[in-house]
Design a binder for this molecule. Structure first.
Ligand SMILES: Cc1cc2nc3c(=O)[nH]c(=O)nc-3n(C[C@H](O)[C@H](O)[C@H](O)COP(=O)(O)OP(=O)(O)OC[C@H]3O[C@@H](n4cnc5c(N)ncnc54)[C@H](O)[C@@H]3O)c2cc1C
Length: 351
């Protein structure tokens, strides 16, 4: 079976590998290079979702990461995630919501208990610890999936833009390339790849991350409370503090805007705000800055599966695409291969 995959991010590369390993004749088209978008520039944290229909997808992803190989290493244990706020009362409902997931072993922390758990934090904060958060280098997972796809016989065509030619395959590099199925995993640019630029169910939510090297970085991943609300299209706030440390380097984030930001202008503000949570960020030298767009769907959940004429969507993972991408790719690959798989209705592309 001939399958075209559009997009060389985490979603497209994982799908290409899983399809090729199960015998499909796969060509992946990436207009730039592998991991050119958010899949190469994210904060690198594999996170348990706070949304029930996404939990099995996350668990499937972790299982796939555990055997990914090709240079990818999954940490043995979560670093732990601390969700923090200066307002304990405002944080309490979030902590209560996290209690829906006992596997996260949520623990409320304040005062000395909080700074003893995480000495990098400022005094006067409230927080809860979740047993999740596996830090990995930002592009590592996507590159490993691309290697695995190549090893399984997939063709990876970089520098080639493709659009869907419905019912026929794709139009790539000015030529029609027939395919029985097309998987569109073009991130926030999925509408353009579908040949439907005004199609609204998915669009960009831009984020900037500043890279620093702290002498004593936090042991945990730390995030300011409220990330779920930020991915709501009606959100009024457009920035939240987070810090994730991998291999001694810390990614400090992040913004959430529909317009493309100026990273050099945003980065110093990320550190200034971050110093209210992690004082060592005050005056830390910015070693690098990166911006990229999350593929945000209308309701914050992925858009998976067939939409007709052999076209399948694999997008809309918002701020959790590295955590969920391989699990979603497995679901979509199974449908393309004609296996008896049900995409949960909450995640179906046609919902
Ligand atoms: C600042 C920031 C931090 C993040 N941190 C985390 C995190 O810690 N943990 C986590 O799980 N997630 C995180 N995310 C989210 C995650 O990065 C994304 O959800 C995920 O990378 C999306 O992957 P994707 O494959 O769907 O899309 P993308 O990575 O955007 O890949 C799509 C690819 O398609 C290509 N393309 C587009 N149009 C075409 C076309 N017509 N033809 C050919 N190629 C095309 C693009 O060049 C791109 O390479 C973060 C996101 C941001 C912005």
């Amino acid at each position: 079976m001939k399958v075209a995959v559009i997009g060389g991010g985490i979603a497209g590369c994982a799908a290409a590998a899983l399809l090729a390993e199960d015998g499909a004749d796969v060509t992946l088209y990436e207009r730039a290079e592998i991991a050119a978008g958010a899949s190469g520039r994210n904060s690198g944290l594999l996170q348990h979702p706070m949304d029930e229909p996404l939990v099995p997808v996350y668990e499937a992803s972790l299982g796939l990461y555990a055997t990914l190989g090709h240079g990818f290493e999954l940490p043995d244990e979560p670093a732990g995630t601390l969700v923090v706020s200066h307002d304990g009362e405002a944080l309490a409902p979030d902590a209560a919501a996290a209690a829906r997931f006992p596997e996260l072993r949520p623990v409320w922390l304040e005062g000395r208990a909080l700074t003893a758990e995480e000495p990098a934090l400022a005094d006067g904060l409230y927080g809860y610890r979740l047993h999740t958060g596996l830090p990995v280098p930002p592009a590592a997972a996507t590159r490993a999936w691309a290697e695995r796809a190549r090893a399984a016989g997939a063709t990876i065509a970089t520098g080639v833009e493709a659009t869907v030619a419905r019912g026929e395959g794709v139009l790539a590099g000015g030529e029609r390339r027939p395919a029985e199925a097309v998987v569109v995993a073009a991130g926030p640019w999925t509408p353009e790849a579908l040949g439907a630029p005004g199609w609204r169910p998915v669009g960009p939510l831009w984020g900037v991350v500043a890279q620093v090297a702290l002498a004593r970085p936090p042991r945990h991943a730390i995030e300011q409370a409220g990330v779920k609300a930020l991915t709501d299209p009606a959100a009024s706030q457009d920035s939240l503090f987070s810090i994730v440390t991998v291999d001694g380097g810390s990614s400090v984030g992040s913004t959430f805007t529909t317009a493309e930001p100026d990273p050099a202008e945003v980065a110093p503000r990320l550190l200034e705000r971050g110093a209210r949570y992690v004082p060592a960020l005050a005056g830390a030298r910015i070693e690098g800055v990166r911006a990229c767009a999350r593929p945000r769907s209308v309701d914050g959940r992925p858009l998976l599966g067939p939409i007709g004429d052999g076209v399948h969507l694999l997008t809309g993972h918002g701020p959790w695409g590295v955590s969920l991408g391989p699990g979603s790719a497995r679901l979509v690959a199974d449908v393309v291969l004609g296996r008896p798989t049900d995409i949960p209705p909450e995640l179906a592309a046609t919902r």
